[in-house]
Design a protein around this ligand. Structure first.
Ligand code: NAD
Ligand code: LMR
Length: 326
């Protein structure tokens, strides 16, 4: 497997690449950035694991970095500072993602595309539109990485209800920003005894967990280490699904058209939205099945109602950035 990390010299990119270097499934780890990749690649290349590491710097080396990739992971672009929303990043990151997606569509049209760069709600639709423009769009292979919401939810919920955070699974659906993040606490064992006030506080903490880190870093960026962990977990799940032919379930932000039956069932609850984070069974070709989101409590149904207009606006913004460009 050739895995390319775009933005590999960044706050997420470096620890993510380190974690990926440990995978026995990866034979070639290709590191692309506009700065510093020769050093990062030289450093990682001394680790005695299977993957060969190559470093590629600047636009002139982008094609070589991406050529023949099986998986492309993208944490390229600028992070938030305090008092910014993820949507404020659109101005800069939309163009970065468009250019990387264009190069990927030409050099590795069948790659699994794992999008970390914010605003994820909009950057994933941008990649979809670019791939459509090049006639190579396969919705089964495009993923917005929302795993950090799942990781946070497991941590925060286990702090309250006990149990092992590593194995406690909390479904988180919707998008990846504030109110579009919808944790389904009613589906987690041990939460039925919690007061409504506790549920609302926990939900709010999961929705705004990113802000907690942005505030604590005080201008020096947003979550990098926990995101590297989450990004590696999601990439390993994809690798397991491809290489071991073992179905793996992860919540991830996908095109609901990637599974006609599962997508239609989700749309009965969400209305006609194109991208949504749902539990997905991953297989060798990508999205194998979109799984049911299950029963929502009245409170969660209210969260969904609040989330949908904002999420839809983010999707339209991403889609029209490409479709209305000259
Ligand atoms: P960072 O600034 O530390 O690193 C970003 C890297 O991208 C830098 O090395 C930069 O040189 C590189 N870059 C910029 N333009 C590029 C281009 N055209 N091609 C290739 N590389 C380019 O930022 P970070 O903290 O690593 O965050 C990166 C992105 O990930 C941000 O948009 C952030 O909001 C997002 N993020 C998403 C999640 C999530 O849950 N999905 C979590 C945390 C951060
Ligand atoms: C996160 O959830 O930590 C990321 O989306 C980064 C951010 O801007 O909060």
């Amino acid at each position: 497997m050739k895995v390319t990390v775009c933005g590999a010299a960044g706050g997420i990119g470096q620890p993510l690449s380190l974690l990926l270097k440990q995978s026995p499934h990866i034979t070639h780890l290709s590191l692309y950035d506009i700065v510093n990749t020769p050093g990062v690649a030289a450093d990682l290349s001394h680790i005695n694991t299977r993957a060969k590491v190559t470093g590629h710097i600047g636009a002139a080396q982008m094609d070589a970095a991406l050529e023949g990739s099986d998986i492309v992971v993208i944490p390229a672009g600028v992070p938030r500072k305090p008092d910014m929303t993820r949507d404020d990043l659109f101005k800069i990151n939309a163009g970065i993602i468009r250019d990387l997606a264009t190069a990927a569509a030409k050099n590795c049209p069948k790659a699994f595309m794992l999008i970390i760069s914010n605003p994820v709600n909009s950057t994933v639709p941008i990649v979809a539109e670019v791939f459509k423009k090049h006639g190579v769009y396969d919705p089964k292979r495009l993923f917005g990485v929302t795993t950090l919401d799942i990781v946070r939810a497991s941590t925060f919920v286990s702090e309250i209800v006990g149990g092992d955070a590593a194995t406690l699974r909390v479904p988180v659906i919707g998008g990846h920003s504030g109110v579009t993040i919808i944790p389904l606490l009613s589906q987690v064992g041990g939460t039925s005894g919690l007061s409504q006030e506790r549920i609302e506080k926990l939900t709010n903490r999961i929705q705004f967990g990113g802000d907690e880190v942005v505030k604590a870093k005080a201008g020096a960026g947003s979550a990098t280490l926990s995101m590297a962990y989450a990004g590696a977990r999601f990439t390993f799940s994809i690798l397991d699904a491809i290489a071991s032919n073992k179905p793996v379930v992860e919540c991830t932000y996908v095109d609901l058209n990637s599974d006609a039956q599962g997508g239609a069932a989700t749309k009965k609850i969400t209305g006609d939205i194109q991208f949504f984070s749902v539990p997905v069974e991953l297989g060798p070709a990508g999205v194998q099945r979109i799984l049911p989101i299950g029963n929502l409590s009245e409170y969660e149904a209210g969260l969904l109602k609040t989330a949908l207009p904002e999420l839809n606006g983010n999707i339209v913004k991403g889609t029209s950035f490409i479709s209305q460009a000259n």
